[in-house]
Design a protein around this ligand. Structure first.
Ligand SMILES: C[S@@+](CC[C@H](N)C(=O)[O-])C[C@H]1O[C@@H](n2cnc3c(N)ncnc32)[C@H](O)[C@@H]1O
Length: 183
């Protein structure tokens, strides 16, 4: 992701967060930043947002006096309601100044319910927690209190698509996404 951001603004500073040791091993190999920017990897659990914010790597890398983009991409469906993802999001957004953005995606059962519920069962059988959320449930969880950016909460393949080539069907994507601005 930092390559994309730094190709537009080389001075971008990016902090990645994950709690998987395999991701940690790969991160070391791919974190090379532009000379003007900076990247860091914080090995932490999303359910402990205060630790993420307090981590010296987070504090040294990001400038909390400037708007920051928080990206929760393909992670919220790992956090069922009993793990309180709303509190996690609120804690992270509270730390960001006005004008910051949240970009988030969420797996949804709306477009191919049968396949999604079967996939959910496979996850559950293997001891993995998760939650499927509709666009409305996702909007309430992630974007309450934010100004939703056009075109709103839509399948990720329909959020400002580029090019005139074929796009995947909603039932092939099965994920909604959106962007919100902190007032
Ligand atoms: C589908 S991947 C998405 C990764 C990345 N956001 C992207 O879009 O390429 C989901 C990631 O969430 C991580 N993850 C799951 N639960 C987590 C948690 N509680 N805390 C931190 N990371 C978690 C997994 O280890 C995995 O790398």
């Amino acid at each position: 992701m930092h390559e994309v951001a730094q190709s537009i603004a080389p001075e971008c500073r990016v902090v990645y967060v994950d709690n998987d040791p395999i991701v940690l091993a790969h991160a070391r190999a791919i974190l090379a930043s532009s000379p003007q920017g900076r990247t860091a990897y914080v090995n932490a659990d999303a359910r402990e947002p205060a630790k993420i914010l307090a981590d010296p790597l987070t504090q040294e890398t990001l400038d909390f006096s400037q708007p920051i983009a928080l990206m929760l991409v393909a992670i919220l469906h790992f956090l069922p309601d009993e793990q309180n993802p709303a509190a996690m999001i609120a804690t992270l957004l509270d730390a960001l100044p006005s004008g910051s953005y949240l970009a988030a995606t969420h797996v949804t059962p709306e477009y191919d319910p049968e396949m999604l519920y079967r996939a959910g069962q496979v996850y559950t059988e293997r001891g993995l927690a998760g939650a499927l959320r509709t666009a409305d449930e996702f909007a309430e969880l992630a974007f309450t209190g934010l100004e939703i950016v056009e075109p709103g909460i839509v399948p990720v393949s329909e959020w400002r698509p580029e090019g005139s080539g074929p796009h995947p069907l909603r039932a092939e994507v099965n994920a909604n996404g959106g962007v919100g601005r902190k007032p």
